[in-house]
Design a binder for this molecule. Sequence first.
Ligand code: DON
Length: 307
Amino acid sequence: MADLQATLDSIYTDILPRVGEGKVADYIPELAKVDPRQFGMVIVTVDGKVYRIGDADIAFSIQSISKVFMLTLALGKVGEGLWKRVGREPSGSAFNSIVQLEHESGIPRNPFINAGAIAVTDVVMAGHAPREAIGELLRFVRYLADDESITIDDKVARSETQTGYRNVALANFMRAYRNLDHPVDHVLGVYFHQCALSMSCEQLARAGLFLAARGSNPMTGHSVVSPKRARRINALMLTCGHYDGSGDFAYHVGLPGKSGVGGGIFAVAPGVASIAVWSPGLNKVGNSQLGAVALEMLAARTGWSVF
Ligand code: DON
């Protein structure tokens, strides 16, 4: 493989003068405190090599990237039956939009917008108390990354519990349409904790490696999902992973990816590598500004693309 460390170093040189660009999420007060002048990036290849630059070891709030892990758990539990509860189409609306729920019978467009992720969380909760569902997700992510040190940041979860008014509205709306089986406060309790998972770029790239490697993690030998399911999760990330910025991300980067308002982006070069990048400043649609720029540089300099 081309010299990936040299490629990452060249990206770092080009990004460093711009570090601090974008605006940190402030609708979750705890995230507003994060210093925007940080940038890290890690590539883990399917042959088990790790390449890193910048703040690769600093744990950050993965927020919506957690939706990929919850989706994987939900598909494991109910398989294709999941699609009775949530769609598979890009929304063209903001990640926290409520507008389609009313005229689409409380069925969210896809599992990555907030409404869709809340429905997915409700599916994973079946047969569990909220605390157990949170524990199941944490164990799953630790298993995927082969790293027991991954934690949930309770302060971030509490902060969002106090201010997540839009999510409360989305969940109530879906419950009114009978698309939530559990009490709204229980589902949101789990959802806010999943979003508060705290991981470094390296932990995230390792945890998602199975999606680059036909469903199995070549570093741990764990078989996580079938090759077909890995392809399908990647397809959903490509079409819906950046909300109303998904088309733009596909155009500029050309890889499946999932963003979070903590400034992280997880991306997959199928058959080649998983990539995690983090820079807290966001663009107008709520995706990491420099994270997307760095991934565009990586795709251009390596030729990685699903097209
Ligand atoms: O529910 C929320 O609004 C946040 N916990 C997660 C949103 C998010 O990360 C959107 N990503 N770009």
